[in-house]
Design a protein around this ligand. Structure first.
Ligand SMILES: C[S@@+](CC[C@H](N)C(=O)[O-])C[C@H]1O[C@@H](n2cnc3c(N)ncnc32)[C@H](O)[C@@H]1O
Length: 320
């Protein structure tokens, strides 16, 4: 069965989100210039353990990862969905080049800012690397995969990006990936694992308030790009973690009753006092959840890589 996901523009998505009950905005629009800069700061925060855990896995298990990727293949295309600054992937690329591996790196990101920075950095650091950057929504670029790549495809989906999908969206997403993959291809996914709920909540509510700025920056982006008049100080960031469903959720809360106009949409939106806008889900997984997700989507887990504290896992999935 063909699983198609309709593509919307920023304006369409904002219209849909702010007309909804409850109101919501899509976290895929966080990453303009300022959002990309703030995310780099988040990755260095003491509370944000995710980046350190995945970096540890990539630094200490590089050879095992390489062996899994290179086994039974003459060469491969390393395709990264939502690559961001690619800093963790650079650890793999560096090792792969030193092994004289035959591969091409294809980072894909919706944020032109993030992708330009990544491409410049990688070209400077790895002059011999074959790199083909693609700007766009990964749902759209998926359709071209079958015709574009003829070697083994290794698809990277890192940084707990999958956490930003609700459970049903995650299945749709992996099923659509499965449709463009051949039996010898591999999928390498970064999952944040369930752990002390306090620690998870703090990762989305840091003391310095960088995560708050990161969320509020989307209102500034809507002001700039869609001609809105959000008064940013009249909203505040609020983060929760629910240990039963394993989901961290972020909200922006309207601190008073207010009306916001958005010129491009030719619409006004009413906010009640203390009304929330749902911004982002960050789903945390257990191993049975990962296995169930793989099975439902047409894959099996062939290998897990964990950090020393078992905070995080990169799971290697094979199509079945
Ligand atoms: C949380 S960051 C993680 C970046 C990187 N994977 C890492 O591990 O550090 C998410 C990245 O995915 C990108 N992104 C989010 N939704 C996207 C989409 N639908 N299509 C393409 N890129 C997307 C964002 O622009 C951002 O660079």
């Amino acid at each position: 069965m063909q699983t198609a996901i309709k593509q919307n523009t920023f304006a369409d998505d904002v219209m849909k989100g702010l007309s909804g009950t409850p109101k919501f905005l899509s976290s895929k629009y966080f990453y303009d210039d300022e959002g990309s800069r703030l995310f780099l700061e988040i990755m260095k925060l003491p509370e944000y353990y995710l980046t350190r855990a995945e970096t540890e896995i990539f630094s200490t298990q590089t050879r095992q990862i390489f062996e899994a990727f290179a086994e039974n293949a003459a060469g491969f295309d390393l395709i990264e969905l939502g690559a961001g600054d690619g800093s963790k992937t650079s650890l793999l690329v560096d090792f792969f080049l030193k092994q004289n591996a035959v591969f091409k790196y294809v980072p894909i990101d919706i944020s032109a800012e993030a992708l330009n920075l990544l491409t410049e950095n990688f070209q400077a650091k790895f002059p011999t690397l074959s790199i083909q950057s693609e700007q766009g929504d990964y749902f759209q670029t998926l359709e071209t995969f079958k015709s574009k790549f003829d070697r083994r495809k290794i698809i990277l989906f890192l940084g707990s990006n999958i956490g930003n999908f609700a459970a049903d969206q995650a299945v749709v997403f992996f099923k659509s990936l499965r449709e463009v993959m051949n039996p010898n291809d591999l999928l390498f996914v970064g999952f944040d694992l369930q752990k002390n709920p306090r620690q998870i909540r703090q990762a989305y509510d840091d003391k310095q308030g960088v995560t708050a700025q990161f969320n509020l920056n989307l209102l500034t982006r809507i002001n700039r790009e869609l001609g809105a008049n959000f008064s940013v100080p009249d909203f505040s960031h609020y983060a929760t973690y629910h240990p039963i469903d394993g989901a961290a959720r972020s909200f922006l809360i309207s601190r008073k009753a207010q009306t916001v106009s958005i010129e491009v949409l030719n619409r006004q939106f009413e906010f009640a006092d203390w009304e929330p806008i749902f911004m982002e889900i960050s789903q945390k997984y257990s191993q049975p959840m990962i296995e169930n997700l793989a099975k439902t989507s047409g894959f099996e887990v062939s290998q897990y890589f964990f950090d020393g504290q078992k905070f995080y896992s990169n799971a290697l999935w094979k199509p079945v």
